[in-house]
Design a protein around this ligand. Structure first.
Ligand code: NDP
Length: 260
């Protein structure tokens, strides 16, 4: 992706956006695209981004902790004075055998990936209600289909998609829309570990590319571009939707490798 391909600057001028987990990866790509479109961006994350990379003010935020979430909203109200866009992006992923899955790791995944968007959206609603706004949840294609040993991840992402519908219904009367983006394989640190761990990294990259009708995996900005549209008035009649951004991967059911 390059700047020439970015959405027109200015669509979000004057708007304030919170991006959870915006320090790196998809969240950082979303933050860059929102800033390019004119939004004032607040990055809510456990750790501060590198000052050189950052396109917004960092506020310390643990999405699993109601007090931390409340403090972040208070800071936004005090410093920016308004909130128009919330991107629930913070998330974690790990593999775990189902039969030996500890309750603790299940609960940790639920806390970040599902309770986090609930707590952040709930705390943001009084601010969003003032002028109307847009909540964008980052779900996953794993809310529709699952990789092995991903019971907690798939359950939380399916839950995020369900919450998106429910918030669209409950918050629509206040002028607040809620949609989700379901990314496919995006080049971030979360995924790089899987690729780098393989002895033949280059072959993994080639095979991954072949899974995608567009011929390559995605970049964080691919998700950011869709988030900008969902955050802007150009999508004013769109709510309760889960938009898959996966290079067509889910559109092609697998054939036996010998036929593919
Ligand atoms: P990364 O791990 O690269 O980034 C996630 C960010 O969220 C990190 O900065 C992390 O901080 C932060 N974070 C983790 N826990 C919390 C918390 N409790 N409170 C606040 N921030 C937190 O992930 P990606 O960018 O790859 O993923 C972003 C989102 O996109 C996730 O929801 C993920 O499930 C989803 N997704 C990703 C896909 C991909 O291919 N990458 C595909 C489909 C969906 P720290 O590093 O300090 O832990």
């Amino acid at each position: 992706m390059n700047e020439a391909a970015a959405p027109a600057a200015g669509d979000l001028a004057g708007r304030v956006a919170l991006v959870t987990g915006g320090r790196q990866g998809i969240g950082a790509g979303i933050a860059r695209r929102l800033a390019h479109a004119g939004a004032v961006v607040v990055i809510g994350d456990l750790r501060a981004p590198d000052a050189s990379d950052s396109v917004g003010r960092w506020v310390g935020l643990d999405v699993t902790d109601p007090d931390s979430v409340g403090d972040a909203m208070a800071s936004i109200e005090e410093v920016e004075g308004r909130l128009d866009i919330v991107v629930n992006n913070a998330g974690i992923m790990f593999e775990q055998d189902f039969e030996t899955h500890p309750l603790e790791s299940w609960s940790a995944m639920v806390a970040v990936n599902l309770t986090g968007p609930f707590l952040v959206s709930r705390a943001a609603t009084p601010l969003l209600k003032r002028r109307g706004g847009s909540i964008v949840n980052i779900g996953s294609i794993e809310g529709f289909s699952a990789n092995p040993n991903h019971v907690a991840y798939g359950a939380t992402k399916g839950g995020v998609h369900g919450m998106t519908n429910a918030l669209a219904v409950d918050l629509g009367p206040y002028g607040i829309r809620c949609n989700a983006v379901a990314p496919g394989w995006i080049d971030t640190e979360l995924n790089a570990a899987y690729v780098d761990a393989h002895p033949d990294r280059d072959e993994v990259v080639r095979q991954l590319a072949r899974l995608h009708p567009v011929g390559h995996i995605g970049a964080p900005e691919d998700i950011g571009d869709v988030v900008v549209w969902l955050a802007s008035d150009r999508s004013g009649f769109v709510t309760g939707q889960v938009i898959t951004v996966d290079g067509g991967r889910l559109s092609r059911p697998p054939l036996p490798p010998i036929m593919g």
